[in-house]
Design a protein around this ligand. Structure first.
Ligand SMILES: *Cc1c(COP(=O)(O)O)cnc(C)c1O
Length: 380
């Protein structure tokens, strides 16, 4: 079954009793049992819920995995995944990760006895140099946030297998429509379904998808034991979003390509980071492992931090907001917003400077988006 069809049908057969074409919201905490020890696969909604199950099956199909697990947020999926490790284990992570991922690793899990090394994983030599005898996990984001570096997935898997590391890819930026890390041998894919999968900026959710039976056993145990599960209504909203994922991603990308080209030739812009731009450092690598380039674009304004603040404040169609992946276009200043939790010196050394701006390109009409950016850039 092809992607577009799976998004609409997997896990979503018409409901048995009534024929309802849409998976119902099973807003229930518990299930009546005909006798002690007998049930229909559902005992308690932290453990199993039919709406969540539909979402989990659909997500698994879209990522090309055997199993899907729903979580209350992207951070809940990430936090629960860390329960696969034990005190004393070492993790090598992309340095350019989601700010909240960096924060939970450094400020929570370090206190639980896990050790982290953050390196630029777009060059795998940095990963090799960071390997320790106790390294157990390689945590990757690709494209990265917000610098949009692309990590060589095939190379990363080869390396991780050699050193006996579990591999995790946060696939939020690309979405399974453009990139399916499990097909390269990655062990676990995690998502913030808040972003492209939900797609409408109206729900916070997360997921993990994987194929390995043993890891699934441990992670689904942790999902139930730790309890960071999504409610039925939130699962339903993400399921509804998934149905249009393919058409949305195509339009997101068409708009993003046009905007990247527009910014690339704009006098007020120093440089543009977008995997779809032929001149971008990681374009060739992206082409090899992605079927499209997504709709996140970062750029350096030819100007100061205060001018960058002005650009962010001046747009009318692009809303000034954190988050990404919704139908509406957003603009933000990573240094002052999404990545403010990274210490200033470290952040600036990585290239997240005062004149750096990130866009999440939505699916509005391209003419309105370009006119809006042009106006904002000229006003600063
Ligand atoms: C948003 C995001 C997260 C966190 O997800 P929440 O749903 O906000 O908890 C993790 N990784 C990436 C890449 C994200 O964009």
């Amino acid at each position: 079954m092809r992607f577009e069809t799976a998004a609409i049908h997997v896990g979503q057969e018409p409901e048995e009793k009534t024929g309802a074409i849409v998976v119902p919201i099973f807003q229930t905490a518990t299930y009546a049992q005909p006798a002690i020890g007998q049930h229909k696969g559902y005992e308690y909604s932290r453990t199993h819920n039919p709406t969540r199950k539909a979402l989990e099956q659909c997500l698994a199909a879209l990522e090309g995995g055997k199993y899907g697990l729903g979580f209350a947020s992207g951070m809940a999926a990430i936090t629960t995944s860390m329960s696969l490790l034990k005190k004393g284990d070492h993790v090598i992570s992309s340095d350019d990760v989601y700010g909240g991922t960096y924060r939970v690793f450094e400020r929570i899990f370090r206190d639980f006895g896990l050790d982290f090394t953050f390196v630029d994983t777009s060059d795998l030599a940095n990963v090799v140099a960071a390997v320790k005898p106790n390294t157990r996990m390689l945590w990757l984001e690709t494209p990265t946030n917000p610098l949009l570096k692309v990590v060589d997935l095939r190379g990363a898997v080869e390396l991780a297998r050699k050193h006996n590391m579990m591999t995790v890819v946060d696939n939020t930026f690309a979405s399974p429509y453009f990139q399916r890390p499990l097909e390269f041998g990655i062990d676990i894919v995690v998502h913030s379904t808040t972003k492209f999968l939900g797609g409408h900026s109206d729900v916070v959710g997360g997921a993990a998808v994987l194929s390995d039976d043993k890891i699934f056993e441990r992670l689904s145990f942790a999902q139930n034991a730790m309890g960071a599960i999504p409610g039925p209504f939130d699962c339903w909203l993400v399921l509804r979003g998934l149905k249009t994922l393919a058409v949305r991603m195509r339009q997101h990308e068409a708009n993003a390509r046009a905007i990247a080209e527009f910014l690339h030739q704009h006098k007020r812009v120093q440089s543009v980071l977008y995997p779809g731009l032929p001149s971008f450092k990681y374009h060739e690598r992206a082409k090899k492992q992605m079927s499209g380039f997504g709709s996140l674009i970062s750029f350096y304004l030819d100007g100061s931090e205060s001018q960058a603040r002005k650009v962010c404040a001046a747009t009318k169609v692009f809303s000034l907001a954190e988050s990404l992946g919704g139908v509406e276009s957003l603009i933000e200043h990573p240094g002052l917003m999404t990545h403010a939790s990274i210490p200033t010196e470290l952040r600036e050394s990585r290239g997240i400077t005062g004149n750096f701006i990130r866009l999440s390109v939505g699916i509005e009409h391209i003419d309105d988006l370009i006119a809006d950016l042009d106006m904002a850039l000229k006003s600063a």
